[in-house]
Design a protein. Structure first.
Length: 380
């Protein structure tokens, strides 16, 4: 099995199971260290071996309280050393606590623990007149112990660096997903240089706030931005709930599409639900001057081309006659109404109530028959 397979296998192991195994291994390691410790002392008994059990239990809490576990582990080890039991390398009982505390950013406390348990034996030799062989034995053990403790800190720094890198990658991923649909972002990361797709059936919606510019001129910039942020955040939640793709905002206009990047047969129905919800949502918000917001909405269905443009500031956008006509449906619409084309009407007429508006002069199209989406049919 290759290293990547091992890593993926370990990642699938539940965290509680991993922690339980680690605690058991640490308890056994401490017990073995006590059993084979070279220093003299009274034979270890159940009280001595309870150190391993205590350290193992503490390790189960390290994720939630890394500093508290480090301090409790250090205190437990210190109390053990006050007894006449065999000494042992402090790096064994402190291993998990030190690594976790350092990785969690508690570096000052971790260094203090290393200094205490690694340098105290050196100070003990320096300030006491000890037989040469005994002093050498203590110093040898202190140097070995200090080396292991430093190695644990380096391991903690490696874990900390990996976590920071992973957090940065997740942040970058989140930012990318804020501007691109997830399937498109995945293709971009895989190295696709040109991302462009043709969709034969989508439904495009444009929504524009009526007289918002005039209201904004009489208000502070902060108030204008706050109103739009609150409203468009609510729009974004609606789009996410209905499985639609927000394309962009242009000033006080909002554009959303159904049926891409993943095709879906009910794209027109989903966008109709979005339109009704948008109109209702606008009624809950006030413009910068304190008046109820009003909206015009336009919808069209048909083929589009979608793709990513730009290299520094990515943008996922749509092109085609369907986009242009949907925009015209909004601009030639009526305040508080949802104007749709005849081809959108034909896709929805069995589920929703419509009012025929009749011929409307549309730039580039001439006279076009349009309809107002009024609401859902009572049977639905």
């Amino acid at each position: 099995m290759d290293p990547g397979s091992w890593r993926r296998t370990l990642q699938r192991v539940p965290a509680p199971l991993t922690d339980a195994g680690l605690a058991a291994a640490l308890a056994v390691a401490v017990a073995v260290a006590i059993r084979v410790a070279p220093e003299q002392g009274r034979p270890p008994d159940a009280a001595a071996y309870s150190l391993g059990l205590a350290i193992g239990i503490l390790s189960l809490l390290r994720r939630r309280w890394p500093l508290a576990v480090l301090l409790a582990s250090a205190a437990t080890l210190y109390l053990y050393n006050l007894t006449d039991y065999p000494g042992l390398f402090s790096s064994v009982p402190l291993s998990v606590a030190l690594v976790t505390a350092w990785a969690a950013g508690r570096r000052g406390w971790a260094l203090a623990a290393v200094a205490w348990f690694g340098l105290t034996p050196v100070a003990f030799v320096a300030f006491n007149d000890l037989p040469g062989q005994f002093a050498t034995q203590i110093l040898y053990g202190a140097i070995s112990d200090l080396a292991l403790l430093v190695a644990l800190l380096l391991l903690g720094e490696a874990i900390r660096g990996r976590r920071l890198l992973q957090a940065e990658q997740e942040r970058s991923e989140g930012l990318l997903l804020n501007v691109l649909p997830a399937p498109i972002a995945a293709r971009l990361k895989q190295g696709d240089e040109v991302i462009a797709d043709r969709f034969t059936e989508v439904t495009v919606l444009f929504a524009d706030l009526v007289d918002f510019t005039a209201s904004s001129d009489r208000s502070s910039p902060e108030r204008v931005v706050q109103v739009l942020a609150d409203l468009f955040t609510a729009f974004d939640r609606l789009a996410e709930r209905l499985g639609l793709e927000k394309i962009k905002t242009i000033g006080d206009a909002y554009m959303v599409v159904g049926g891409l990047p993943e095709p879906r047969p009910d794209h027109a129905q989903a966008v109709a639900e979005m339109a009704l919800a948008l109109r209702e949502e606008c009624g809950r918000h006030l413009d910068p001057a304190g008046q109820p917001l009003q909206v015009r909405i336009g919808i069209d269905s048909g083929p589009v081309v979608a793709g990513v443009i730009g290299t520094a500031k990515f943008s996922y956008d749509l092109w085609g006659d369907t986009v242009n006509v949907a925009s015209r449906m909004e601009s030639t619409g009526v305040t508080g109404c949802i104007q749709v084309t005849d081809r959108t009407y034909r896709r929805l007429r069995g589920r929703y109530r419509f009012q025929r508006r009749g011929p409307v002069q549309v730039k580039g199209k001439g006279e076009v028959v349009t309809w107002f989406l009024v609401g859902r049919l009572e049977a639905q």
